[in-house]
Design a protein. Structure first.
Length: 486
């Protein structure tokens, strides 16, 4: 579908909304910082991938040939982003008494299950950090002389050797860096390890030989190398959560500048990517998102409590990606209801073929407004209201209506035309009754009501409520019952 409104995106590097102009005409090359697979992702982490996926879908909608890369970090990410603390993977492996490789495989699969559940499209490539270690060593060799210095702990990047270090973060003051743990011999507080040496006398589960001793790459080096290797510098867009704007991405940019023989960040080519985009955080006040809080907020927990995972996708898209989003079960329940309404409303269209073109003026006008919303730095909140309008619209050719909804859904990613209302009714893990038992009780209740035996009918309703089932007499969406959520 050819779109007319130019796509505008907010570039964290310039703090401005800019028109997207691809490096390679007609193409869009995007790199997203992926998860460190030492634990299950929480739903906040998954907001970052719903955002990256929506960006990718929007680029496809705008007609660009998309190449999206997401990495999997299975080595090198320390418990503190600024290169202090322990390696997250080593720490979890020790706690679980398992090999790091098993830990990485288990949590990578768990992350992929969440990706699938949230309809996040498969990127062109998942890059696994440990597959790129020789390239990381080559990259480090290329910049070591001019930009790095060796310390007993490994090879460090000297941030004063590149122009405008930290322009992305806009917070590089000595005061601001006070929180960064000092390493003996570091020239500047913001300098960071690009290669960490295994301490003498120790052996790590993951380590490689290098000119700076046996050890492992730094986390920032990994993303510079994988993005450059697969997409080529400069590429179009680099994404991550807003926390990455402060340390991880400034460090990636510094390395990219060094690697690309920099003249300063004003030459966008040198920062590796032209546009750096960051999603804001999902917040939860009671601490349930902390991975150390026992039952933390994971996609599986939402499912166990009876929520279809796409309700969470809906919740994410109802907010702008640059706004903080507060999690609550009520908002999630409302998002689920909205999704259910959409699925019900489009059900009559599922058997139809989509029209090859949309000509009806009411529909073309809606599509143009949808295009404008998405082109306005991915305004999904407005795009969703336009999808609501589209599903409700009457007196238009139905095949064309289907084509419009397909086009919108391709960007928002609910698979509305294949999702069924039965699929949306997820039973909580601790459900006291199976679906068949619920249906049988409802049939008995119906018979009791027909026989005007209201005492029996009420008793059955009470029994169902006790089992977490809400009986829906006269529901406008024609549901007989729904699980009581939360
Ligand atoms: P990590 O696995 O810790 O590297 O994080 C994976 C992604 O999730 C990164 O892009 C983070 O910036 C992002 N992220 C972490 N916490 C949140 C949150 N609460 N809300 C949104 N994104 C987050
Ligand atoms: Zn990264």
């Amino acid at each position: 579908m050819t779109q007319t409104t130019p796509l505008k995106l907010f570039n964290s590097l310039t703090r401005q909304t800019e028109e997207f102009r691809p490096v390679h005409p007609g193409e869009a090359r995007v790199y997203s910082c992926g998860p460190t697979v030492y634990n299950y992702p929480h739903i906040g982490n998954m907001r970052a991938y719903v955002f990256a996926d929506t960006l990718g879908r929007a680029l496809s909608f705008k007609g660009y040939k998309l190449t999206h890369v997401i990495n999997i970090t299975d080595v090198g990410h320390l418990t503190d982003d600024a290169d202090a603390g322990e390696d997250k993977m080593e720490k979890m492996a020790a706690e679980k008494a398992q090999s790091i490789w098993d830990i990485a495989e288990h949590y990578k699969q768990a992350y992929w299950a969440d990706v699938k559940a949230l309809n996040i499209r498969q990127p062109a490539q998942w890059t696994i950090a440990t597959d790129y270690v020789p390239q990381m060593i080559d990259f480090a060799k290329g910049i070591a002389d001019k930009h790095c210095y060796a310390l007993p702990g490994g090879l460090y990047f000297d941030t004063s050797t590149v122009a405008d270090y930290g322009r992305l973060a806009r917070a590089v003051t000595e005061e601001g860096e006070g929180r960064i743990e000092e390493v003996e011999g570091k020239r500047h507080a913001a300098d960071f390890a690009i290669w960490r040496k295994t301490p003498a006398g120790e052996t790590r589960q993951m380590e490689w030989e290098s000119p700076w001793g046996r050890g492992a790459p730094g986390w920032h080096l990994e993303c510079s190398v994988m993005s450059g290797e697969v997409l080529g510098f400069p590429f179009d867009i680099h994404t991550g959560g807003i926390d990455h704007r402060e340390i991880h991405h400034p460090n990636e940019i510094a390395q990219n500048q060094a690697h690309n023989c920099t003249n300063g960040l004003d030459v966008a080519e040198n920062s590796g990517a032209r546009i750096w985009m960051h999603n804001n955080f999902l917040v939860e006040r009671s601490g349930k998102m902390s991975k150390s809080s026992g039952e933390f907020l994971r996609v599986q927990l939402l499912i166990d409590k009876g929520f279809h995972p796409l309700a969470y996708r809906m919740m994410c898209l109802q907010a702008h990606y640059r706004s903080e989003l507060e999690f609550s079960w009520d908002i999630l329940a409302a998002a689920l209801t909205r999704l259910k309404r959409m699925v019900m409303a489009v059900a009559p269209l599922t058997g139809l073929a989509a029209a090859p073109a949309i000509r009806n003026p009411k529909l073309t006008e809606l599509l143009a407004r949808f295009d404008a919303a998405i082109s306005d730095d991915l305004n999904t909140a407005v795009a969703l209201t336009l999808l609501d309008e589209a599903v409700a619209i009457k007196k238009v050719p139905t095949e064309e209506k289907r084509a419009l909804i397909e086009a919108m859904d391709a960007v928002l990613g609910f698979d509305l035309l294949t999702l069924t209302r039965t699929e949306l009714r997820v039973r909580p893990k601790d459900a006291a009754l199976e679906d068949e038992a619920v249906e049988a009780l409802l049939a008995t209740r119906k018979a009791a009501r027909a026989a005007q035996d209201f005492a029996a009918s009420d008793a059955i309703r009470d029994r169902l409520v006790a089992a977490g089932i809400d009986v829906m007499d006269g529901d406008p969406l024609r549901w007989d019952w729904k699980p009581i959520l939360g």
